[in-house]
Write a protein that binds this ligand. Structure first.
Ligand code: KIV
Length: 251
């Protein structure tokens, strides 16, 4: 898998990735030809109604990974390790195993140099790992919001060091979340593994979005960097109103 992703980068073939947390969405994405499906801990906000990802549990991730896995035939299925399930290497391996048993082919965790022992321990168990640097949603409370990372050259260089360290540890790909586009360009050119950007400009080797944002299924909040391609929430409201009207009219 590592080689397949590196080869795509070498060929200049952009990698496509979206989130899914259930069987029908995963199946629709898979049938549409997406390269990678992420059972992201964003499930906490867009499906479970939490304020952020910091309340998501491993049991919830296992439940949603099982459902999504039933819908996937071709795409690579990656599942997020939620907060405090990889605080040390032993815990990281046991949590990663639980997600693989639920059907994930790889796991993703947030952090760079700070998380090398966890990344190495999981990879030593033959479980592929995807990295995630830049804005780390699991740290949103300490950070005080979703802020752009890599604005200064010093910050960009620190991100490049994080990227190089997790690449050396063996991750097959890395998410760059809300990274300044110039910093994302520098990271992308320094690494041999593909960078998958979210809100990080067009110079990344691929792009990932939360599907609910792309299809307009979470209308109460849309990140600034997303241009929705559909308005599914409005379609649901319309259909429900038609149903209410027909039912009340005795049809
Ligand atoms: O949880 C998630 O959906 C993610 C993506 C935003 C990259 O981590």
């Amino acid at each position: 898998m590592q080689q397949e992703f590196r080869d795509k980068k070498l060929r200049g073939e952009r990698i496509t990735a979206l989130t899914a947390y259930d069987y029908p969405t995963a199946r629709l994405l898979d049938e549409s030809g997406i390269d990678l499906i992420l059972v992201g801990d964003s499930v906490g906000m867009v499906v479970l109604g939490y304020e952020d990802t910091t309340q998501v549990t491993l049991a919830e991730m296992v439940h949603h990974t099982r459902a999504a896995a039933r819908g996937v035939k071709s795409a690579l299925l990656v599942a997020d390790l939620p907060i405090h399930t990889y605080d040390d290497p032993t815990q990281a391996v046991s949590s990663a195993r639980a997600l693989v048993e639920a059907g994930a082919q790889a796991v993703k965790l947030e952090g760079g140099v700070s998380h090398l022992p966890q990344i190495e321990a999981i990879i030593a168990e033959d479980i592929p790992v995807m990295g995630h640097i830049g804005m780390l949603p699991q740290s949103v409370r300490e950070e005080g919001g979703y802020k752009v990372k890599g604005r200064t050259q010093a910050e960009a260089e620190a991100l490049v060091r994080d990227g190089l360290a997790v690449e050396k540890a063996g991750v097959f790909s890395i998410v760059l979340e809300i990274v300044n586009p110039e910093a994302a360009r520098q990271i992308t050119s320094a690494l041999t593994i593909p960078t998958i950007g979210i809100g990080s400009g067009v110079q990344c080797d691929g792009q990932i979005l939360v599907t609910h944002d792309l299809i307009g299924l979470f209308p109460w909040f849309t990140p600034k960097f997303v241009s929705p391609e559909a308005r599914v929430a409005e379609e649901i409201r319309k259909a429900v109103q038609i149903f209410i009207g027909r039912t009340k009219a005795g049809e």
